[in-house]
Design a binder for this molecule. Structure first.
Ligand SMILES: Nc1nc2c(c(=O)[nH]1)N=C([C@H](O)[C@H](O)COP(=O)(O)OP(=O)(O)OP(=O)(O)O)CN2
Ligand SMILES: [Zn+2]
Length: 141
């Protein structure tokens, strides 16, 4: 049976987390210079919005790219459980040696989703709004 037309399915979730921009590979002066107020020892918080987009064929029998009820579970495991109400730098082992910029948070979400999705080939984009003004998109490249 040939596959149906392709569609883009996006689901949005929000989570809250705190972090500090600090690189172990830079001196204290370099950290202050590069990250400025975001290097403050006490850290700061964000209400992040994450949009996950799948691109895949619409299944001819179900009419779906993926059942959104299933996608909810995958996003819960990949995003909410590891990061919601967490200190990214202290509570998420991935960020013990990776700076918790939004770029790296997007890569972290992508890697987690690849492990969750039954067919990771349909993962098209992870887009993260760190603030209303600061937005990062990652497509696995
Ligand atoms: N390339 C990146 N640059 C910066 C990141 C990042 O993740 N990637 N992150 C930060 C800070 O963590 C923080 O997000 C900055 O927040 P803030 O300046 O408060 O946010 P806004 O730009 O929305 O607010 P303004 O009022 O316009 O300052 C910094 N850089
Ligand atoms: Zn920040």
């Amino acid at each position: 049976m040939s596959s149906g037309p392709a569609a883009y399915l996006t689901r949005r979730e929000t989570f809250s987390a705190c972090h500090r921009l600090h690189s172990k590979h830079l001196s204290s002066e370099q950290n202050k210079e590069i990250y400025g107020k975001c290097n403050n020892f006490h850290g700061h918080g964000h209400n992040y919005t994450v949009e996950v987009t799948l691109k895949g064929p619409i299944h001819p029998e179900t009419g779906m790219v993926m059942n959104i009820n299933d996608l909810k579970v995958y996003m819960d495991n990949a995003i909410m459980k590891p990061m919601d109400h967490k200190n990214l730098d202290k509570d998420v082992p991935y960020f013990s040696d990776v700076v918790s910029t939004t770029e790296n948070v997007a890569v972290f979400v992508w890697k987690n989703l690849v492990k969750e999705l039954p067919n990771p080939d349909i993962l098209f984009e992870v887009k993260i709004y760190e603030t209303e003004k600061n937005i990062i998109a990652y497509r696995g490249e």
